[in-house]
Design a protein around this ligand. Structure first.
Ligand code: VGL
Ligand code: ZN
Length: 198
């Protein structure tokens, strides 16, 4: 067994009706469930923020959602409050076959730093532990799906390539936020890094 399916953040808050809804976010769930059958390992990630998280606009007086703020680790988008630990918004979409997951990686749980990537937090240094998990299972090939293409999926794919994995992003089973050209920007970065887009 050498390949793993990584399902990024298919959570209620990123689906229509959620706090940070991604258009069509729920439309990928059925396809992801079918794809799971082709893999020896299935990993889900879950965006998992404390209420006081520094990426929430409403934790900064006067800051608008989707504005930028300089953090000690670099520029950060301020998001609407989303995926608060234990909330219904943080739960996986009801139809996602989460029973099939071998491993669930939670990220963004440190209040002072956001974590888009499934491998490293936004300082690009603090590991989530996923790299070690995959290596100790002998996984070398990854297929990524989920939400959102231009943030958590994209940064996960870039880090995965940098860590030496063979990486394919199933673009048909991802959906994007698309903030100020972020989707085009991320697609270019993924192509330049050697991520396969399928
Ligand atoms: C995500 C913004 C904030 C994502 C998570 O899953 O792409 N985007 N938190
Ligand atoms: Zn988040």
């Amino acid at each position: 067994m050498t390949s793993a399916l990584i399902v990024i953040d298919v959570q209620n808050d990123f689906c229509p009706g959620g706090a940070l809804a991604v258009a069509g976010g729920d439309a990928i769930v059925a396809g992801i469930n079918v794809l799971m059958a082709e893999f020896g390992a299935v990993v889900l990630t879950q965006d998992w923020h404390p209420a006081g998280h520094s990426s929430f606009a409403d934790n900064h007086a006067g800051a608008d959602p989707y504005s930028m703020m300089d953090m000690p680790y670099g520029p950060q988008v301020l998001w609407p409050r989303h995926c608060v630990q234990g909330s219904n918004g943080a739960a996986f979409h009801d139809d996602l076959n989460s029973d099939r997951a071998d491993m669930i990686i939670r990220k963004g749980f440190r209040s002072q730093i956001d974590s888009y990537s499934a491998f490293f937090e936004n300082d690009h240094k603090t590991p989530t532990g996923l790299d070690g998990y995959l290596r100790s299972r002998g996984v070398t090939k990854l297929v990524l799906t989920g939400l959102a293409t231009d943030f958590c999926v994209g940064f996960s794919a870039l880090d995965a390539v940098a860590q030496g994995f063979d990486v394919t992003v199933r673009m048909d089973l991802c959906r994007a936020i698309d903030l100020d050209g972020s989707l085009v920007g991320m697609v270019d970065k993924m192509k330049a890094a050697g991520v396969r887009l399928a």
